[in-house]
Ligand binder design. Sequence first.
Ligand code: MTE
Length: 334
Amino acid sequence: MLIKKAVDIRSSEITPESVYRQRRSLIKALVAGGALAAAGPALALGRYDLSEDAKRYPGPDWLQGKLRAAKADDGIPNEPLTPYPHVTGHNNFYEFGLDKQDPKAKAQGLVTDPWSVEVAGEAAKTGRYNLEDLLKPHALEERIYRMRCVEGWSMVIPWVGLPLADLIKRLEPTANAKYVEFTTLHDPAQMPGQRGFFSTLDWPYVEGLRMDEARHPLTLLAVGVYGDALPPQNGAPFRLVVPWKYGFKSIKSIVRIRFTEQMPAVTWNQTAPNEYGFYANVNPNVDHPRWSQATERRLPSSLFSPNIIDTRMFNGYADEVAHLYSGMDLRKWF
Ligand code: MTE
């Protein structure tokens, strides 16, 4: 992955943290007063105070009610949300180009509804599904997670989605299923980064998880962010979010889910095996050949306020996930 210049965001576009906190206090007060459903605060479209000129993504009709009913997350103490313009304007989505600004500039025409998903391999419920049908039985929830890119920047993002474990259960993997593989759309007509001479990777983009990682309660299939549907540049209509792994594991715009006995051949590992491992767990003790992984630049950051913080083992989720790797040499299985 190439390091590109940080997106230039006007300070007027940044949602003040204080506004977000005020909102959360208001929601909590309403809940305490019984004004909101007892099941917990639900997201409302427009709950987040975004700048007036922020482009909003309400999503298809079938998704809007589900997004509004999603159970809200209280956030990570002392770690403010990364402002919306950064989350939706500083992206890695090589199908749309290499610059951080390319996905927002070039992905707006991506057709994300209807969307078809193939379920294949070692499972009882294989076949082709409409995304709406696939997600119909699932309630959504907000999950505020850190995201750490292997390039050394990080964000705190309010995703909306469903635990991958819940979907896996419905698909009934067989006892042979040891891994699950995900594939992104391959459509050069819509994805300029997949076209011709400047094509960078061997498409389509593929990622994978071990079954216990896929079933871990932190692993999310996201369909929204900041209370809205996912923008195309963030991987609409649905993507993986694995918060204890480097961001490249969190594959976008998924069209295929395949259960397999063998470890899948995944894109970055195939491209540069000495730089990107299959596991890709965030690990400040194992550097990438070109980048130290000891610290990270929490966005927004600037020349005068670089906002460098220490990177934590498993991106701060060690208590939840370290047991998945007990006995493994994490220098070997990086
Ligand atoms: N998925 C696909 N299909 N193509 C990509 O280029 N980039 C990955 C990941 N998922 C990528 C992808 C990388 S390197 C990162 S850091 C995250 O998406 C970035 O997610 P974001 O743009 O929503 O912040």
